[in-house]
Design a protein around this ligand. Structure first.
Ligand code: PLP
Length: 394
């Protein structure tokens, strides 16, 4: 057999490897606290589950329109009007099996050999993977701890060349928990006006998970760019629906048909009961979203100061999503050594910053989508493990 060369360019998400290893260790009787995986530790709210169950009972078993059932696309439009105060057309919405699919479609649509695509680093690992798979050259946008893991708008603009096709952005961000300030987005948007050949894909999947009074800035809010902005969002993080597999893209008018055609070629549609559940999520009560957000906020207030109390570790405040990104350079360990040591010896699953790109060296990602007891115990284990290592080296 000879598989295509492009398969060698496809990356992965280390979080799934760590999850598998943590599972194997647990099966062997070890106590492992999992701060590795990025998903809410809540059940999908009951009324959403019930809507999915009802859809099955009511006979919603067939194909739906490839871009999603009209009622769901209308509900997305209403949601965008409420939470982003932007007007979009239902035909701009393409419902897909998870947030990830929109980024993959965007990479396939714009990427090819000779093209360049900018993406945040450290960032969600699938950005770089999908760009490489498309044949395009990935151009990292460094994120800086000193600015709460924001990017420097001038630096991004300076990286744009005639070959640049697409800029990927993500705020609130995985893995850093960073939230890019409005002034930075404003400056970037203003500069992008001079580069009409460049499209923008803004991954806003954590838009409802913000703390410290931070506001969500959407790229839909820049009228001069609207005809080349793709917004990625979905239900996974906001409604604890990671396993249902549903997300959506807001596409410019000129691209929605292309995205729908990719969906027709790839997945036909999202399964019908999940679409009905997603509709209930958007149109039903939103109190569970706020309850989850408040709970994450309490855990954030626990984990960030606790990390800062560990010798050799510092951690900037996480303003969004549910991740803390401690700087571990003071421990003298590189990220991968610490990831492996914590998992194998301390019983804590965390992800090396380097799993999110080269600029993640010197950092770990800890998900605080875990109980306060688990967070407290994992901090104690990390501290103990570091002390034991230091004592053994002395
Ligand atoms: N975008 C970011 C930044 C994420 O962190 C994730 C999941 O971890 C996704 C997209 C993908 O979400 P989904 O599970 O809906 O595909």
């Amino acid at each position: 057999m000879q598989i295509a060369e492009r398969m060698g360019r496809l990356g992965t998400e280390t979080a799934f490897d760590v999850l598998a290893r943590a599972g194997a260790l647990q099966a062997a009787g070890r106590s492992i606290i999992n701060l590795g995986i990025g998903q809410p530790d809540f059940r999908t709210p009951d009324h959403i589950v019930e809507a999915g169950r009802k859809a099955l009972a009511d006979g919603h078993h067939g194909y739906t329109p490839a871009n999603g059932i009209p009622a769901l696309r209308e509900a997305v439009v209403a949601d965008i009007a409420t939470y982003r105060r932007c007007k979009v057309d239902p035909d701009a919405i393409v419902v897909v099996p998870g947030g990830k699919v929109t980024m993959f479609f965007a990479a396939l649509m714009f990427g090819e050999p000779g093209a360049e695509i900018l993406y945040p680093n450290p960032g969600f690992p699938i950005y770089e993977s999908a760009i490489k798979f498309s044949g395009a050259t990935p151009v990292p946008i460094p994120l800086y701890e000193e600015t709460g893991f924001s990017f420097d708008a001038e630096e991004v603009l300076a990286k744009i060349t005639p070959r640049t096709r697409l800029v990927m952005l993500n705020s609130p961000a995985n893995p850093t928990g960073g939230v890019v300030p409005r002034e930075t987005f404003d400056r970037l948007a203003e500069g992008l006006e001079a580069h009409p050949h460049v499209a923008i894909m803004s991954d806003e999947i954590y838009s409802r998970l913000l703390y410290e009074g931070r506001e969500h800035v959407t790229m839909l809010d820049y009228p001069a760019l609207r005809d080349r902005v793709i917004v990625l969002d979905g239900w996974s993080k906001t409604y604890a629906m990671t396993g249902w597999r549903i997300g959506y893209g807001v596409w410019p008018e000129s691209l929605a048909a292309h995205a729908t055609r990719l969906a027709i070629n790839c997945n036909s549609c999202v399964n019908a009961p999940t679409q009905h559940a997603a509709l209930a999520a958007l149109t039903g009560p939103q109190d569970s979203v706020e309850t989850m957000r408040r709970t994450f906020d309490e855990r954030r207030k626990l984990i960030v100061p606790a990390l800062n109390r560990i010798e050799g570790v510092t951690c900037v405040d996480s303003a969004g999503a549910f991740y803390a990104m401690p700087n571990i350079t003071g421990t003298g360990l590189d990220a991968r050594t610490m990831q492996d040591g914590l998992l194998e010896e301390a019983g804590v699953a965390a992800i090396a910053g380097t799993s999110f790109g080269a600029y993640g060296e010197g950092y770990l990602r800890l998900s605080y989508a875990a109980s306060t007891e688990e967070i407290e115990e994992s901090i104690a284990r990390i501290e103990r493990w570091l002390k034991e290592r230091a004592a053994a080296a002395a």
